[in-house]
Write a protein that binds this ligand. Structure first.
Ligand code: MG
Ligand code: MG
Length: 304
């Protein structure tokens, strides 16, 4: 019948994996810059200060310039450069790159990252000691370069690469599971699959580690605990149908908003592609950073 309207979202346009890779990396930087303004605020505080927070305006507890990004993006860039220089994902190259990054006095740095990089300086072992307490989101927030460099490779190669980069600072089962899941989702988006396929990965994660169950109570104020991070990100990703609405949803939950913004921006960028990224955000994010992530995305895809 002619008047019957389709209720499902339109099929994804034909984009190349490279288009989606660039959008994922730009999305990561945008989510970081957008979320940093409201990091550690509650949804109520955000509403009081910003109404709906939806512009890249800097400020926040880090007193950022508008468009400035934080460790989520700059650690990803450091990792990506190490992968390109080594020709593969190498734990020692990643550890050295993170150490050099830390010496550069970054605007912010996670406690687990700092502690285990200082341990690396002492021991020279690029694999942090296993710890059930090191379940922060610091390895997950910077996993995109691994996804880019391993697209199309065998699952054991992908898993080994995830471990090599993650264990430099986060040697933890929940962090590993989160990184694996994010990389699998990004790879499926690059291959042109949509949210339904991505959802299978989120469900599989919950089946393996029930603590990640995300289809329940709304996760506001997500902490740096990787479980809360992914719960909030999945709720935002799977309850919206555009890059913009996904990012506005996630950052207005407050908490570790730069990191949830970065991870959601990565996933939504890969899912919806570059044309879905609002021009006002693309223009607002630091121009040099945007250029670096675009170039690095393509270089890593070529290497993979
Ligand atoms: Mg940050
Ligand atoms: Mg953060």
């Amino acid at each position: 019948m002619l008047w019957t309207r389709a209720v499902s979202p339109p099929p994804a346009p034909a984009l190349t994996p490279e288009d989606r890779a660039v959008a994922a990396y730009v999305g990561l930087a945008i989510g970081d810059a957008l979320g940093a303004t409201v990091e550690f605020l509650t949804p109520r505080e955000i509403q009081h200060q910003h109404g709906v927070h939806q512009d890249i305006s800097g400020g926040g507890w880090l007193r950022l310039k508008p468009g400035q990004v934080t460790d989520d993006t700059t650690m990803s860039l450091a990792l990506g450069e190490a992968i390109l220089a080594a020709g593969r994902v190498d734990a020692r190259a990643a550890a050295d790159a993170f150490d050099a990054w830390m010496r550069g006095k970054p605007v912010d740095i996670g406690n687990t990252v700092r502690r285990n990089l200082i341990t690396y300086r002492k021991t020279g072992n690029p694999e942090a000691p296993p710890s059930e307490h090191d379940a922060g989101n610091g390895a997950a927030m910077r996993v995109l370069p691994v996804a880019l460099a391993t697209f199309g490779q065998e699952p054991d190669v992908v898993a080994a690469a995830c471990r090599a980069q993650g264990h430099v600072t986060h040697h933890n089962l929940l962090s590993d599971a989160a990184c694996d899941t994010l990389v699998a989702m990004v790879h499926d988006f690059f291959a042109g699959h949509g949210l339904d396929t991505a959802r299978h990965h989120a469900d599989a994660l919950v089946a393996r580690h029930p603590v990640f169950a995300w289809q329940g109570k709304r996760r506001d104020n997500p902490s740096g605990f990787v479980v809360e991070t992914l719960q909030a990100v999945f709720q935002a990703l799977f309850s919206t149908h555009s890059f913009e609405t996904c990012l506005v949803d996630i950052v207005n939950r407050g908490g570790d908003a730069d990191t949830t913004g970065a991870i959601a921006g990565m996933l939504a960028g890969a899912c919806y592609g570059p044309a879905a990224i609002p021009a006002r955000w693309r223009k607002a994010v630091d121009a040099e950073i945007r250029q670096r992530v675009e170039l690095q995305a393509l270089a890593l895809m070529k290497q993979g």
